[in-house]
Design a binder for this molecule. Structure first.
Ligand code: IPM
Ligand code: MG
Length: 356
């Protein structure tokens, strides 16, 4: 029986409620398709700070590096917000894990399911049929450039550097072009080349690489325009490729096309071990109340099967089950509409499992 080891790190807040639902789904898939998934629990984020004093304990990094894939919930919360920036869970665990595992490509698909068209804050004709995917560069740019803070005569000076190299741009752009080949053959490269030098290198590099993909249409778009186009006419997008911080911002926006950020999964790949996590955060406001939507995490598990294990059929079975559940009446709070039935995190997970 094929065996896959998965580092399971729920993290903080709703992470501990949504991850178990994804595990139930994987268990069921394993039983049905005869795979063995070995779940190896680990600590990150605030939970790890409380238990060990470190947001990313060495054992957790080693656990992740030694597994076939990582399933992560969410990190951070008000309890740790007052820590100095380098010690905060987001930076000290999430960014460190991304960097430590060499995960330079963050893939965030935004798909509007017919059953959720009404759940979006945008008009149905604008969102129905949206199917786009953002390739966000994840280990470079302003997140990882040199930072500085110093006293000046009249206050303080703070500095974050936005740095990119040709190689960093090429490798993420290549993944975007390859993905576009299997989709609608269009890449939108998003930058701020009218202002930023790093964006000029980005644009030149992507343009040069596009010669290798004559079957894919490449278009360049400034990030401010992209933010506008995403809510004006999102159906124009197929594959979007962009740098780290632009991708962070645009994917939250893209999430809202789908009705809720609770629907947006993500895959971070590029190293030997991929990491899969919902795009949303730890949602401290609803944590511990069984209110969170587990679907982004369940869909992230599907992405794990697809990208880390090459189990395309199994991934599609999960995605189909999610669609079927949404075609029914059950909704978590984030997707609630009049006439629907409010369900808990665990109930939503069970509904998906029942359809596998
Ligand atoms: C995300 C999150 C993280 C990021 C935070 C928690 C550091 O917003 O995964 O999009 O900015 O990358
Ligand atoms: Mg974000």
């Amino acid at each position: 029986m094929p065996k896959y080891s998965i580092a399971v790190i729920p993290g903080d807040g709703i992470g501990v409620e949504i991850v178990p639902e994804a595990l139930k789904v994987l268990e069921k898939i394993g039983a049905r398709f005869n795979h063995q998934f070995e779940f190896r629990p680990g600590l990150v984020g605030g939970a790890a700070i409380d238990a060990t004093g470190k947001a990313l304990p060495d054992e957790t990094l080693a656990l992740c590096q030694g597994s076939d894939a990582v399933l992560l919930g969410a990190v951070g919360g008000p309890k740790w917000d007052t820590l100095p920036a380098p010690e905060r869970p987001e930076v000290a665990s999430l960014l460190a894990l991304r960097k430590g595992l060499g995960l330079y490509a963050n893939i965030r698909p935004a798909v509007v399911y017919p059953a959720l068209v009404q759940a979006s804050t945008l008009k149905p004709e604008v969102v129905s049929g949206v199917d786009l995917v953002v390739f966000r560069e994840l280990t470079g740019g302003i997140y990882f450039g040199e930072k500085k803070r110093e006293k000046t005569a009249d206050g303080e000076l703070a500095q974050d550097n936005l740095v990119y190299t040709t190689r960093e741009i090429e490798r993420i752009a290549r993944l975007a072009f390859e993905a576009a080949r299997k989709r609608r053959k269009k890449v939108t490269s998003v930058d701020k080349a009218n202002v930023l030098e790093s964006s000029r290198l980005w644009r030149e590099t992507v343009t040069r690489l596009s010669a290798e993909y004559p079957d894919v249409t490449l278009e360049h778009m400034y990030v401010d325009n992209c933010a506008m186009q995403l809510i004006r006419w999102p159906k124009q997008f197929d594959v979007v490729v962009t740098e780290n911080m632009f991708g962070d911002i645009l994917t939250d926006e893209a999430a809202m096309l789908t009705g809720s950020i609770g629907m947006l999964p993500s895959a971070s790949i590029g190293g030997r071990v991929g990491m899969y996590e919902p795009s949303h955060g730890s949602a401290p406001d609803i944590a511990g109340q069984q209110k969170a939507n587990p679907l982004a995490t369940i869909l992230s598990a599907a992405m794990m099967l697809r990208y880390s294990f090459g189990l395309e059929e199994e991934a599609q079975v999960i995605e189909k089950a999610v669609v079927e559940v949404l075609n029914g009446d059950s909704r978590t709070g984030d997707l609630m509409e009049p006439g629907k039935k409010l369900v808990t995190t665990a109930e939503m997970g069970e509904l998906v499992v029942a359809r596998l």
